[in-house]
Design a binder for this molecule. Structure first.
Ligand SMILES: Nc1nc2c(c(=O)[nH]1)N[C@H]1C(S)=C(S)[C@@H](COP(=O)(O)OP(=O)(O)OC[C@H]3O[C@@H](n4cnc5c(N)ncnc54)[C@H](O)[C@@H]3O)O[C@H]1N2
Ligand code: MOO
Ligand SMILES: [Mg+2]
Length: 408
């Protein structure tokens, strides 16, 4: 049994991120959300594009109003009104001001904005009652970003803020990495789909739904290979198709030591190289990891909790790396939280106990899910947001103590 951290680094090293030109595609801007940026984005626009006003008020020449106060006000002639989107026509001369609004271009000659609250208007004249600092409320062209500099770096996930940056820089065709293809199948003679009647000893293939949902959430492309019987020939057929079509294969079941557990044997027959056969993790011990020339194979344990916990712990970070995300975005997130519950483990394997991670009065808390903690019990896995981690040899964490929690 490999320690969890060793298994983690073997998996991470096996994964080679998408980076070749064939892995890059161009998508229309509206379709870029949730994708990973593949090449640097550089804009030929300055941000702000022009000197403009940050407030509604008057554009002035600072020299004209220096030192003025309510007791010693200064009156200026208004020569122009400049709403946003309008190109100023006048250059301010001594003693002149322009009415200006937030986001509107600064007229030539102006260097400072006086907010309208500090003024009094009389027809085409304005009296300045308070002198702001020089250059107040002026957003200078290029002060946020200079054209030609790096705007967005590759390997980032495109979400709301990045979409705004792309749109603002008029990047309407976005270079992104293609979606990673993940083949999913479940193995077991006992399995039926949710719509089939349950015969004696049968069980619904819930793993398919768990894994597909997680893959959809991650933005990868799941390929559904269905349920495969515990028949070596059928398994061999499915595995060879899956490894030829996908970047990653996720199967569940058939990786333990039972007479119907064929996965490792078939991987070997198909010339896959097995790197991991079991991990000192509870649940999830028989996790099997193998490499084919163009594909990584994860044989997840069949028990529903074991399948999902190994995915959260190992597969999600690996898929992030494969998708082209920078390594700083790939690591699992662990949080120190105060446990509200007594946590227990046999101490032999690194133990993951499921429950709710939440924040109370600014402090993270972990509450163990009620009911039975058994790798076959998927019922109390619902609503899990964190997995408390008890290291090997740690058999108990008292309620009130701090525990490391994997955020899921
Ligand atoms: N003698 C030993 N037996 C077992 C060991 C061991 O070390 N020695 N390890 C146990 C552990 S730990 C686990 S985890 C399981 C893993 O078993 P497999 O990966 O071989 O999975 P199966 O035997 O095919 O199924 C296990 C369990 O899960 C149910 N299952 C399977 N597929 C699905 C599915 N798609 N959806 C829902 N449930 C599924 C299946 O019915 C079994 O109950 O092995 C232990 N045994
Ligand atoms: O590893 Mo198994 O998942 O303990 O049941
Ligand atoms: Mg088995």
């Amino acid at each position: 049994m490999l320690p969890v951290d060793q298994a983690e680094s073997i998996i991470f090293d096996l994964v080679k991120p998408l980076e070749s030109p064939q892995d890059i595609q161009t998508v229309d801007l509206p379709d870029a959300r949730g994708r990973v940026l593949a090449t640097p984005v550089i804009s030929n626009l300055d941000f702000p594009h022009w000197d403009n006003s940050a407030m509604d008020g008057y554009a002035v020449r600072y020299v004209d109003i220096t030192g003025c106060t309510a007791d010693h006000p200064k009156t200026l002639e208004i020569v122009e009104e400049i709403p946003a989107g309008y190109q100023p026509q006048q250059t301010l001369q001594p003693g002149q001001a322009a009415r200006i609004f937030t986001g509107a271009c600064l007229p030539m000659g102006a260097d400072t904005i006086v907010i309208q609250e500090d003024t009094q208007r009389q027809g085409d004249r304005v009296t300045i009652l308070n002198c702001p600092p020089s250059t107040a409320y002026v957003r200078r062209q290029g002060s946020f970003y200079k054209a030609g500099e790096l705007l967005l770096t590759p390997g980032i996930l495109l979400e709301a803020a990045e979409m705004a940056v792309l749109a603002a820089s008029q990047c309407v065709q976005v270079p992104v990495f293609r979606r990673v293809k993940v083949a999913i199948f479940s193995t077991g003679d006992e399995l039926v789909t949710p719509d089939q009647p349950l015969g004696p000893g049968q069980l619904v293939d819930s793993n398919h739904y768990a894994l597909t949902a997680l893959m959809q959430k991650m933005g990868v492309e799941p390929l559904n290979f269905g349920i495969v019987r515990d028949v070596p020939q059928a398994l061999k057929q499915t595995i060879s198709e899956a490894i030829s079509q996908a970047d990653v294969v996720l199967s569940t079941g058939g990786v333990s030591v039972g007479d119907y557990d064929y996965i490792e044997q078939i991987i070997t027959e198909l010339d896959g190289k097995i790197h991991i056969q079991s991990v000192a993790i509870q649940p999830g011990k028989p996790l099997t990891v193998a490499k084919f020339p163009h594909c990584i194979y994860f044989g997840l344990p069949g028990n529903p909790v074991s399948a999902l916990v190994t995915c959260w712990r190992f597969i999600q970070p690996a898929l992030r790396k494969l998708s082209g995300l920078k390594s700083e975005y790939c690591q699992p997130v662990f949080i120190n939280a105060r446990s509200l519950s007594l946590l227990q483990s046999k101490g032999k394997r690194e133990t993951y106990l499921w429950g709710k991670l939440s924040v109370n009065n600014g402090e993270y808390e972990f509450k163990l899910a009620g009911g039975t903690h058994n790798s076959a019990n998927l019922v109390n896995l619902a609503q899990t947001t964190g997995l408390a981690v008890l290291p090997v040899n740690c058999t108990q964490v008292e309620a009130g103590e701090v525990v490391k929690v994997l955020q899921v």
